[in-house]
Design a protein around this ligand. Structure first.
Ligand code: PLP
Length: 404
């Protein structure tokens, strides 16, 4: 525990973003966090050399077990999500796979959002069955579909809200009740929302996962991932996934992400206001058939967005005709927005996601699932991560490449 942690637990989110997990260095008085790159640490009494010997009171021994800079980030994230403990990983996928592989075993059943980050969809549907774990992919924006999918052997429900790439929402409170009644845990990939918008643990979820690569880091220069939740589960992730599988976060990336989080609340407010203005511009554009943004009244789940999100984040998806051709024009003609994957950076990013390609490679919907996805996405959508440039410049850039 940090000396100031009990004070910070009752402060506002901006104060927590800045001071959480950190304190001046006791040796030097340094006000900003030290970057400790050391892989090993001198000890002054014998420390057991096994993951099982790792206790909360253990000193730093080796950076795969724990590192002072990474620990500052873990404490900050736990505070921001109002959770007891946090474990960081080398990437969001590292955090997700650690959760699946540590909490599930042969014979267990997983209920998964049928629309989610492609890497998670692919790993859950192709990787986990090899370990004898059964996976049901359902439309978790429909609470009844979740209820129907739950079974006696369901151990984990994994939702992503808002979900990549069509920004469908799932009702965390309703699903957490259903999951708990069935004896399962609920994990929420809250990467698109961030703790500024939604705190899943306060809505009944057991675990919250982030790709720190996105809004939390915020500057597009460090991969990272994290899981926040109860100490016993996080302890298991630390021993099994971090120490034994080994995909831990580099202290340098932790230091960059700590610096990014300091401005999280300010950045999310600016992302939201830019996204709203760009989404309205796109809704009025003759070449655009449909805009999806949780902050627009036209979003089919705008009411849920208003109860579950205190900030609508910066992700906007839009449908056009002949998106593949427009995407080629974007690659050569955009001047402000980068044509690139990823999201949550200060720079605006856009990418074309073809429905058939995404379905074949990642989601593999059944026919009703595909029809429901097409209701949102048609033949494909542009996923636009609205950055922190001036909104007029982002709009002018889009206007340059959209027909009409
Ligand atoms: C990017 C992303 C991930 C994976 O994170 P990485 O840091 O790229 O491994 C998982 N979930 C969501 C929603 C994401 O956007």
């Amino acid at each position: 525990m940090n000396d100031n942690e009990h004070v910070l637990s009752s402060t506002g989110l901006s104060t927590q973003c800045i001071h959480g997990g950190e304190r001046p260095d006791p040796l030097t008085g340094a006000s900003s966090p030290n970057l400790v790159m050391s892989s090993t640490f001198t000890v002054d009494e014998p420390v057991g050399f096994s993951a099982n010997a790792l206790t909360d009171a253990a000193p730093f021994v080796y950076t795969r077990w724990g590192n002072p800079t990474v620990q500052q980030l873990e404490r900050k994230l736990a505070l921001l999500e109002s959770g007891p403990d946090c474990q960081c990983f080398a990437s969001g996928m590292g955090a997700a796979s650690a959760t699946f592989l540590s909490l599930l075993e042969t014979g267990d059943h997983l209920v998964l959002s049928d629309t989610c980050y492609a890497g998670i969809a692919e790993f859950a549907r192709h990787g986990l069955p090899r370990y004898g774990i059964e996976v049901s992919a359902v439309d978790t924006s429909d609470v009844r579909a979740v209820e129907d999918a739950l079974r006696d052997d369901t151990r984990l429900v994994w939702i992503e809200t808002p979900a990549n790439p069509i920004l469908k929402l799932s009702d965390i409170e309703a699903i957490s009740k259903l999951a708990h009644d069935a004896g399962a845990l609920l994990a929420v990939d809250s990467t698109f929302a961030t703790p500024v918008a939604t705190k899943p643990l306060l809505r009944g979820a057991d675990l919250v996962m982030h790709s720190l690569t996105k809004y939390l880091g915020g500057h597009g220069d460090a991969l990272g991932g994290a899981v926040i939740g109860p100490s016993d589960i996080i302890g298991r992730l630390r021993r099994e996934a971090a120490i034994h599988h080994g995909g831990v976060l580099s202290p340098f990336n932790a230091w960059l992400i700590l610096r990014g989080i300091a401005t999280l609340k300010l950045r999310m407010a600016a992302h939201q206001s830019n996204a709203l203005s760009v989404a309205r511009f796109l809704e009025d554009h003759p070449a655009v058939k449909r805009v999806l943004y949780p902050g627009l009244p036209s979003h089919p789940q705008h009411d849920l967005a208003k109860t579950q999100m205190e900030n609508f984040s910066g992700m906007v998806s839009f449908q056009v005709d002949d998106g593949a051709a427009i995407s080629r024009k974007m690659m050569s003609s955009l001047e402000v927005i980068h044509y690139a994957v990823s999201l949550g950076h200060h720079r605006s990013l856009v990418y074309w996601l073809d429905t058939n390609e995404l379905n074949e490679n990642s989601f593999q919907f059944d026919s009703t699932g595909l029809a429901r996805y097409r209701e949102f996405a048609g033949d494909g959508i542009f996923r636009l991560s609205v950055g922190l440039e001036d909104a007029e410049d982002i709009q002018a850039d889009l206007d340059r490449v959209l027909p009409g």
